[in-house]
Design a protein around this ligand. Structure first.
Ligand code: FAD
Length: 322
């Protein structure tokens, strides 16, 4: 038996969240004695694929034919069904990304497998497999026991530490039997906020309606630059057109789980918190001491963002010597 991990890439590089998924699979494999098999679709050079072996994949299946350079979730589900049978896999792990959310349910139907989405930590038990996931829009946690022979899982980013567990490199260039007469040809729509991809950022600086206008984003951009952080915003900010919808986090936006989430002028509505509550540390800056965000924040600064931000930027730059 084996565990399959679907490894996503961008610009010929394996995404950090996929290395986390391999580390997660390795954790399960150590307790269940199953091999970890990584599947990569797209044009990723072998030197890059080898990184998957460094984190525990004992086999890497690479599909890099030009006709597979698409994001057709139905075709991906068929292909992963084929590989699951070929590798006699019991568990298939995705990142809880747009691709994972689109492919995992389709695959679970094909395999008649349990589907557990939005997993946030390593299993609390391996027999039966017991998984912790977020539910009720991040308002509660659920412990799910898998009772079916096969399971398809999606793992929230930043939910598993990336630990090295080197294996011998074993790359198989695979030609699928699944036909490639795709109905759709979808280009990757990943948009980066500056240099940092929001869902993979370990620090995120986020602005809300308290910043009053899109013209006031300069200090947030400067702070994000100094911290090496991704930029996010609340929904009204993107609804107003101050920032792109790509940056909107929350129930109807992106779900993120950075090490540090810095909310500036964001009141802390439940729909916003649903997208950021898995952050390891939340810091809030708001001028209203009773703003709900302070209930969720580990650290809070009560003050005017336009006074606090310049001082924070100065301190960060001094600390980082930039
Ligand atoms: C179905 C549904 C889905 C939704 N999905 C989302 C979602 O995905 N994401 C999301 O964010 N929202 C979502 N919302 C909207 C959500 O309910 C809130 O309206 C929204 O999050 C509020 O955004 P905000 O905190 O930026 O603005 P506000 O609630 O207006 O808060 C602004 C904050 O800034 C503070 N402030 C003002 N001036 C300053 C200053 N100078 N310095 C410091 N602080 C200042 C204020 O004290 C206040 O706390 C959804 C709503 C619904 C109904």
């Amino acid at each position: 038996m084996s565990i399959i991990v679907f490894s996503e890439n961008r610009s010929e590089k394996i995404k950090k969240s996929s290395l986390e998924a391999v580390a997660y699979a390795t954790n399960i494999s150590k307790n269940t004695q199953q091999a970890v098999v990584s599947v990569s679709i797209g044009n990723v050079p072998n030197e890059e694929l080898e990184i998957l072996a460094k984190y525990g994949a004992s086999k890497i299946i690479s599909i890099n034919a030009p006709e597979w350079q698409t994001h057709d979730s139905q075709a991906y589900a068929k292909l992963l069904n084929e590989i699951t049978e070929k590798e006699n896999a019991s568990t298939i792990i995705f990142t809880n990304s747009n691709i994972g959310k689109a492919v995992a349910p389709r695959l679970s139907v094909r395999l008649k497998a349990a589907l557990v989405s939005g997993i946030v930590s390593i299993p609390s038990s391996y027999s039966p497999l017991t998984l912790k996931r977020k539910s009720y829009n991040g308002g509660a946690f659920q412990n799910v026991q898998v009772k079916s022979p096969k399971a398809v899982l999606t793992l929230n980013p930043n939910s598993c530490e990336v630990v090295e567990n080197p294996q011998a490199v074993n790359i198989e260039n695979y030609t699928p039997n699944t036909p490639t007469n795709f109905q759709t040809k979808i280009e990757s729509t990943d948009v980066t906020s500056g240099k940092i991809v929001l869902t993979e950022a370990s620090i995120v600086v986020s602005g809300g309606r308290g910043l009053k206008s899109g013209d006031n984003w300069k200090p947030l951009e400067e702070l994000a630059d100094a911290l090496g952080a991704g930029l996010a915003c609340s929904r009204p900010v993107s609804d107003e057109g101050w920032r792109s919808h790509e940056e909107h986090v929350g129930q109807t936006g992106k779900i993120i789980a950075p090490d540090l989430y810095l909310a500036v002028g964001i009141s802390g509505a439940i729909q916003h918190i649903g997208g950021v509550s898995a952050s390891k540390v939340i810091v809030a800056i708001d001028r209203d001491k009773d703003a709900p965000i302070f209930k969720y924040a580990d650290y809070g600064i009560v003050g005017d963002a336009f006074e606090v931000l310049p001082r924070l930027i100065e301190s960060v730059k001094k600390f980082k010597n930039i």
